[in-house]
Write a protein that binds this ligand. Structure first.
Ligand code: AMP
Length: 541
């Protein structure tokens, strides 16, 4: 027998309707490329969203079309998110940090019809505009007064464009499974792959990520998403914060600037923020130098890369900010796990407590996780067995955009490319990535642990470890090291550093001192490039 409840569609349009009606007076504060501090209300925002929807229609954009954005976190980008998706179009957030060839590839692959571009990226697009096959025009995200002289073809000014439109719009009735947004992964192997989110996946992810044991968002919060809106929808905060009516603060192009972040936190009374470890290092450095405080800030979610313990302790001990570790992927909208403490854990001895906090957390309801050994057998949740991490759920990718094959295995699980342990309390810990894993004599070696160990050396600035083919062991780990300015260290001294810190057979088989290491557009070490460069490395024995 079927249930007898309404089958209303889970769409982003409904988030907008509620936010407009119930939380209309809540503020959205932004730093933009043309304004040091812009403030307006949800009501103002949605009025402009309707004007933008009218403009898109007049430009000839239709349901199912892909509209690209190259923009920072600010109010105009938010308007684009809602106007595009709620019109039944696909909001393709392009990462402006990608290399030119990758930009060209994804704009063409996505078949973007128009590109909305921040002032900061106009010159970047001028150089490559002729390589875009489908782009009919560009809209610069600024007003008439700040409109630059540009060689972009068929270019318009955002404020003039929407200013000419009415602020009433009949939103189409959308199916919840319709595509809403598109984001390409910044994976380290192959061409970028498009992840096509649906309205349904977005709404379900927003419900889960706003829960108390995740971002714990509420109408009394002021949320500052530092994670870029071109990176998995700002970890979904662009939807979840508005779903609950939080005040929102956008740092715009200043998201990596500790001083601006500190100012925004204090002046706008930010209570919660989220971002990758690097931004917290920038904020902490500013706080150390200036002696400033960040009294309103209560908690931050850190993910995208492993959060060092030093960030957790300094934030807590000096600033009373609770750091929570999270893990996810572009393919997962992105949240998979979030670290909150179970009852009794807060009284654990510090060393034990830190061990728990360094884990990436428990799966949210909606995300099913498991770990598998090399033979495909499921591994136990004992906190020790490490295996390749697989996930499934309603906000996990089923198939990449325009790819014929499913992205999942025959049982519907998506292989994350991460290697993890899961303990009996359900806390997951990333120990490596399969593509980075070094298989030596049939056993896995964690390149991440070796890198972490190497960078703890006081003279080391950055380190990378890759598996290089070895005649006896199949692969052995090679260590590449950049020393801090003015430092000197011999190969032996560097390799002896691992003694007693890792298993003997894990110790890198050789070490090369370099002056630079290749990174991907999102700042991760490009292991693929390193492996390629050193594939013919001659081992000593
Ligand atoms: P992306 O799709 O670019 O967000 O990258 C997702 C990948 O980043 C994951 O598969 C992990 O390898 C890595 N990642 C995300 N969060 C964490 C974390 N908390 N600790 C370690 N690695 C992480």
């Amino acid at each position: 027998m079927q249930g007898l409840m309404m089958n209303t569609q889970l769409t982003i349009t409904e988030v907008m309707r509620l936010a407009d009606k119930v939380y209309g007076s809540q503020e959205i504060v932004s730093v933009t490329s043309d304004n040091a501090r812009h403030k307006y209300t949800y009501k103002d925002a949605f009025s402009r969203v309707r004007q933008l929807a009218n403009a898109l229609k007049k430009m000839g954009a239709k349901e199912g079309d892909t509209i690209g954005t190259l923009a920072w976190n600010d109010y105009r980008h938010l308007e684009l998110y809602y106007a595009i998706s709620c019109s039944g179009m696909i909001c393709h957030t392009v990462n402006p940090r990608l290399f030119e060839e990758q930009l060209e590839y994804i704009v063409n692959h996505a078949e973007d019809q128009y590109l909305f571009v921040d002032l900061a990226f106009v010159s970047l697009l001028e150089k490559i505009q002729d390589k875009f096959s489908n782009v009919k025009g560009f809209i610069v995200l600024t007003d008439k007064a700040n409109m630059p002289k540009t060689s972009l073809k068929n270019v318009q000014c955002y404020e003039s464009l929407i200013g000419a439109e009415l602020d009433s719009f009949d939103w189409p009735q959308l199916d919840e499974n319709q595509a809403s947004a598109l984001c390409y992964t910044s994976g380290t192997t192959g061409n970028p792959k498009g992840v096509l989110y649906s309205h349904r996946s977005t709404i379900l992810h927003s419900y889960a990520s706003a829960l108390p044991d995740a971002f714990n968002l509420s109408v009394i919060d002021t949320v500052m998403p530092i994670v870029p809106m071109f990176h998995v929808n700002g970890w979904g905060l662009v939807y979840s914060a508005l779903m609950v009516g939080s005040k929102v603060v956008f740092p715009g192009p200043r998201m990596g600037d500790g001083e601006t972040l500190c100012k925004l936190i204090n002046e706008e009374s930010v209570t919660i923020s989220a971002g990758v470890p690097t931004v917290w290092l920038a904020l902490l450095e500013h706080l150390q130098k200036s002696g400033d405080s960040i009294d309103s800030l209560q908690r931050i979610g850190v993910g995208g890369a492993a959060c060092p313990l030093s960030i957790m302790t300094e934030m807590q001990e000096k600033h009373a900010v609770w750091v929570q570790h999270a893990w996810g992927m572009t393919e997962m909208s992105p949240l998979g796990t979030y670290n909150s403490l179970k009852p009794g854990m807060e009284t654990l001895p510090e060393v034990e407590l830190n061990k728990v906090r360094l884990k990436t957390g428990r799966p949210l309801f909606g995300v099913d996780i498991k770990i598998e050994g090399p033979d495909g057998s499921e591994l136990p949740w004992n906190g020790v067995a490490a295996g390749s991490l697989k996930v499934r759920g309603p906000w996990v990718v089923k198939q990449y955009f325009k790819q014929d094959k499913p992205a999942t295995d025959e049982n519907g699980w998506f292989e994350t490319g991460d290697v993890a342990t899961i303990d009996s309390d359900g806390y997951m810990s990333i120990t490596d990535r399969t593509k980075d894993v070094i298989k030596s004599g049939g056993e896995w070696i964690s390149s991440i642990e070796l890198e972490n160990c190497a960078v703890n050396h006081p003279q080391v600035l950055e380190a990378a470890v890759v598996g290089i083919p070895h005649p006896k062991w199949t692969e052995r780990p090679l260590l590449l090291v950049i020393l801090k300015a003015g430092e000197e260290l011999s190969k032996e001294e560097m390799l002896n550093w691992f003694d007693g810190k890792v298993a003997k057979w894990w110790t890198p088989a050789d070490c090369v001192f370099v002056t630079a290491l290749p990174h991907t557009a999102t700042g991760k070490l490009s292991k693929k490039d390193i492996r390629q460069e050193y594939q013919n490395f001659q081992w000593k024995d």
